[in-house]
Design a protein around this ligand. Structure first.
Ligand SMILES: [Ca+2]
Ligand SMILES: [Ca+2]
Ligand SMILES: [Ca+2]
Ligand SMILES: [Ca+2]
Length: 332
């Protein structure tokens, strides 16, 4: 009896192990046919926290590819500690100015805040909310970076002087807690995919809107994670798609894959050829989840102007695309 019982346990254990193995081996690196560079598991931390005051740890790391000779910075190479890249003034910042409305934030700016792209240009004012981090260029000139890389959620106002037409180029990063896996502690699991979102409005000196984020922008994704099954990934033209991938969380981030693509040189510059990039996807306020955030709701006269309603934009997957480039040209 004892023998039979232990045999049953051994068989059960083997069965369970077998099941575990079959789950783990449903995806093989050699099955991946895409153009990306794969990584797996947690990156090595290189900077422990860019913003120690923040609720979540905003770290940086590096991770080696498992299918190519590449090392990737995660969540992105950023200019956060680069003193030559200006910090965007606040609309609302839990650790800075908490303006209650657009006019007060605007009044607080002075000449020193205006970044000169063209000395004889007109002053354009940009209003920005990013989940979680952005760096903005106008014709290749850095005009402002997000003062809070991860949390809490903040919003910004940027002024620059430029002649039309001009190109807006933005690096947008959905930050991550478990470096290299696009995940954070959320919904009771240690490694839940975070989501992104970027909205902006640009006004001229006469308060006319000259640009809003919408589906006419271009959006390209350079970092997809977490991926647990490589067969869910696809590509269409230049689009790096993960539409068929799960956005379920897990407590074990060690097996999760990341997919990386190199950012093209000169992407910030005026006239950069983004014609092959996918069009931006638009997302509702509800999907991004901003209705409980003062950094958004204090400025809905700007972000949700009924005559010119700016849309949240991102690449195709708001959850799994974590490092994206956005571009548009302002002509009018
Ligand atoms: Ca931020
Ligand atoms: Ca994400
Ligand atoms: Ca996020
Ligand atoms: Ca809106």
């Amino acid at each position: 009896m004892k023998y039979y019982l232990s045999s049953i346990f051994v068989c059960l254990a083997l069965l369970l192990q077998g099941c575990g193995e079959s789950v783990a081996t449903t995806t093989k690196v050699s099955d991946y046919k895409g153009t990306g560079s794969l990584t797996q598991g947690i990156a090595q931390t290189t900077v422990t926290n860019l913003f120690p005051d923040g609720h979540r740890v905003a770290a940086l790391g590096t991770i080696d590819s498992i299918n190519s000779q590449a090392t990737w910075a995660v969540p992105a190479v950023v200019n956060y500690t680069n003193d030559n890249f200006p910090i965007a003034p606040d609309l609302y910042n839990d650790y800075g100015h908490k303006y209650t409305d657009t006019q007060t934030a605007l009044s607080a700016l002075n000449e020193d805040n205006i970044v000169e792209v063209d000395t004889d240009g007109e002053v354009i004012t940009a209003y920005i909310f990013a989940d979680n981090y952005f760096e903005m260029y106008i014709n290749g000139v850095p005009v402002g970076k997000d003062p809070i890389p991860f949390t809490e959620f903040n919003s910004n106002i940027i002024q620059f002087k430029v002649n039309k037409p001009f190109d807006i180029a933005v690096l947008a990063v959905d930050w991550e807690e478990n470096l290299g896996t696009g995940t954070e502690l959320n919904r009771n699991v240690k490694a839940h995919p975070g989501d992104g979102g970027f909205v902006a409005v640009f006004k001229d000196e006469s308060n006319q809107t000259v640009a809003i984020t919408d589906g006419d922008w271009k959006a390209q994704n350079y970092y997809t994670s977490p991926i647990s099954d490589l067969s869910c990934l696809s590509e269409s033209g230049s689009a790096h798609l993960s539409t068929n991938c799960t956005i379920q969380g897990t407590d074990d981030a060690s097996q999760l894959y990341g997919v990386h693509w190199a950012i093209p040189t000169g992407w910030q510059q005026q006239g950069f050829d983004d014609s092959q990039w996918p069009a931006a996807n638009t997302f509702t306020n509800d999907t991004v989840g901003v209705d409980n955030k003062k950094s958004y709701t204090n400025f809905t006269d700007i972000f949700d102007d009924s005559n010119n309603d700016a849309q949240f934009i991102w690449s195709a997957n708001l959850n799994l695309d974590n490092k994206i480039l956005l571009r548009t040209t302002v002509n009018k």
